[in-house]
Design a protein around this ligand. Sequence first.
Ligand SMILES: O=C(O)C(=O)C[C@]1(C(=O)O)C=C[C@@H](O)C=C1
Length: 335
Amino acid sequence: MPESSEPTADLPSSVDEVYSFLGPSGTFTEAALRQVPEAAGKNWRSVNNVGEALADVVAGRSVAAMIAIENSIEGGVSVAQDALATVPGLRIIGEYLVPVNFVLVARPGTTLADVKTVNAHPVAYGQCHLWLDAHLPEHGHLPASSNVAAAASLFEGSTADAAIAPPGIVDHHDVVVLATEIGDNPNAVTRFVLVSRDRGVPEPTGADKTSLIAELPDDRPGSLLDLLEQFSTRGVNLSLIESRPIGDALGRYRFVIDADGHIHDERVADALLGLRRFSPAVIFLGSYPRADKQKVEFDPRYRDAVFTEARDWLASLTAPEGAVPATPAAAAAQG
Ligand SMILES: O=C(O)C(=O)C[C@]1(C(=O)O)C=C[C@@H](O)C=C1
């Protein structure tokens, strides 16, 4: 954490000064927040779960919250996806990647043979199955609110014998490290998003992403294909599409979508219009720069000018005779 940033329970006078994150200090979520230049030197509010972080934003206790949204092994963080689908008024304003790997820690004096129960955040636990199955095949799992909280609880009366934690945990707690690199994949990455109530979108950079949640109109063959066509017919690539249960009945799903491009790109805006006409519920979660800064590639047939010329052409078809054509396409249409 930057020297000037302090996790705090006391609210300072200006909400613009407060950023909420899953704590306590030392979590990967805190490492993600450290990548936000605007958060440096501000007050960082350590919270216990994603719901609390987003409630801070909604209630105006903080200007933004950092939440984990996807892990390269575990997939989408369902609690975060569901919260974004149901809490109104939230916007994603930034994306951040953090490489994650884990150690198994315990109270001093503990050996691997003593470990019967492992305390771990569910998403971290899900990334360590191979090691746990091989080395602690009979262990039980005690869920924790975060990886650092899992380690801290060992000294707060937890019934667990060990905890899965980030390697940096040794700087925060007097633990012994029983095993290192226990994650299923040494290249695992967690994707985080910064969420605010700000309705303005960050300016397009050419390397942007647009996040959406949409429901299908009815349960009939081809409905999902219709949804996908809204994007494919405008040359918009999807980097993520995941289904989550709506929760009101078996078999009812909403789709969490990340599309390449920005709402200010004509092809993305047009896809959104198509989606809106087709879907009974569309949530626009924001357009923001991609963490990997990879420029969005698309077929030139879908560049902005093609859409604006088509619109001008349409307008020109019924424009009064002698009206000045707005574009070459409109002029051509007038003959
Ligand atoms: O930020 C942390 O350290 C956490 O404990 C949370 C969290 C998550 O919510 O996904 C973050 C990254 C890891 O992939 C596992 C757990």
